[in-house]
Design a protein. Structure first.
Length: 466
């Protein structure tokens, strides 16, 4: 067999004979690995008798036992009058190929469920080379090591800066500029990421009311109507994503909340944070505010890891804003295929009718590999670029501020502006210098301030503290 991109080439001598769906499913389980959504959907259409006969022919076959195990999940029925399963326990997901969690053992079929979530809601994450490399980089370990080397006073200021940048960029992703009250509300929301409170519907409703300032858009529970995402195009083509129908929202959200609250999980905290964030936004349980809350949930889940201590959050929204095209691609890895299962009839901008032709399983069993890869990349970028640069800026600012303050007598407002500019840019522009002189500062005083700042920075860089 030969793998090429998304295709597995099978020699005719190896390929299954005939068109029997179960034969093809068993062949796929053996040679292609687990695609849980496809397996569940296929088994909903395969008669119980076919699965039972395959098992009776070989009660020790791991693939036959997995087929029986999944058939009962898919159909909500029990296969009766069969001999006991025998043989070693079979793991549902190959641990070398997938990110797996702790085992939930099924003694009837001798199958170990080791997926992310539960048998009724399971997210798949493939161990691609890129994902494995990012896990081995151990971003949270790097965060812990970096933070341990930082003065607590600077760390506290960096935390406040991270809240501010995370607030601004979380709104900016949605093309909004928050008012002062909105920004303060969302920053207060971020401060709750380290709380130990479990996530529930009432908890999420309270957060949604904080994140959404318009009383008309504030929720009192999960939505009971169909939501949709639209772009600038008119007509049905303008509807880009349709989340689960209202009757599925509660069951999907119960699973998402269980994922968020599972502190016994053995999965990397940043992987879990990415999963929680994307699972929430794909469920879209509210009519407004879902994007902001999804990014908050990343922090809520990731911050359960003790290596993110002292109230610190990784400013991932800043990284996402710089990588919006990749963020959209991660979202579309789920939204595009699921959109194909909806018929949309456009009457007018205010009259759009949606008909879900798919199966609930598309919202319960999905592949989050692209989403997790993106989430890990953004966490790493937030550390390497944003957090480290912020800490470096604060150290440089303190050195410059002190040097200017010791050298000249300048009012605090101008002193801060000059120190911030030189710390950021390494010098003061001619234009800014002229502005200070125009305000009444003596040219010699301004020059002395600049010289003192540059000398302090040079000394700092020479010592290797910059």
């Amino acid at each position: 067999m030969t793998e090429r991109a998304d295709v597995l080439l099978v020699p005719p001598a190896v390929a299954p004979d005939g068109d029997d769906p179960l034969t093809h499913l068993l062949f796929a389980l053996k040679h292609e690995g687990m695609n849980l959504q496809a397996a569940i959907l296929a088994l909903k259409k395969i008669p119980a008798q076919s699965v039972a006969q395959a098992f009776q022919r070989s009660p020790s076959s791991g693939y036959a036992r997995i087929a029986c195990y999944l058939w009962e999940i898919a159909n909500g029925q029990r296969l009766e009058d069969l001999p006991p399963a025998v043989g070693a326990y079979e793991k549902l997901f190959d641990e070398a190929s997938f990110v797996t969690d702790r085992t939930q053992r099924d003694s009837r079929w001798r199958v170990d469920f080791n997926g992310i979530g539960s048998p009724s809601y399971c997210i798949s994450v493939r161990r691609t080379p890129a994902l494995v490399a990012m896990l081995e980089a151990d971003v949270l370990g790097q965060v812990e090591e970096f933070v341990s080397s930082i003065d607590k006073g600077i760390l506290d200021r960096a935390v406040r800066g991270a809240y501010l940048s995370e607030t601004d960029n979380s709104y900016a992703i949605e093309r909004e500029k928050p008012s002062a009250s909105k920004a303060e509300a969302f920053a207060n929301l971020l401060s709750r990421a380290h709380d130990a409170e479990s996530i529930s519907e009432s908890y999420l409703v309270a957060l949604q009311n904080l994140a959404v300032s318009n009383p008309l858009d504030q929720a009192d529970g999960f939505r009971g109507e169909q939501n949709r995402l639209r772009n600038e195009m008119r007509g049905a083509l303008g509807v880009t994503y349709l989340p689960p129908p209202p009757e599925l929202v509660q069951s999907v959200m119960d699973a998402v909340m269980a994922l968020c609250n599972d502190r016994e999980s053995k999965i990397d905290a940043l992987v879990r944070g990415s999963l929680a964030s994307f699972a929430f936004v794909f469920a879209h349980p509210f009519m407004d505010g879902n994007g902001r809350l999804s990014r908050f949930l990343f922090h809520k889940v990731a911050c359960a890891d003790p290596r993110l201590a002292n109230g610190l959050v990784l400013p991932v929204s800043m990284a996402m804003k710089r990588n919006e095209r990749d963020y959209l691609a991660a979202l579309q890895s789920f939204s595009k295929p699921s959109r194909a299962f909806w018929d949309v009839t456009f009457i007018s901008d205010d009259q759009i009718y949606e008909d879900f032709r798919g199966q609930p399983e598309i919202y319960r069993y999905w592949d989050a590999t692209a989403c997790v890869e993106f989430g890990l990349r953004m966490a790493d970028e937030a550390l390497q670029r944003d957090l480290r640069q912020e800490m470096d800026f604060l150290r440089r600012f303190d050195v410059v501020y002190q040097a200017i303050n010791d050298a000249v007598d300048m009012n605090n407002n101008d002193l801060v502006l000059v120190a911030r500019t030189i710390a950021e840019k390494g010098d003061l522009s001619n234009n800014r210098t002229k502005q200070l002189i125009a305000k009444g500062h003596d040219p010699a005083l301004v020059r002395a301030a600049i010289d003192a700042a540059l000398e302090a920075l040079a000394d700092m860089d020479e010592k290797g503290d910059g």
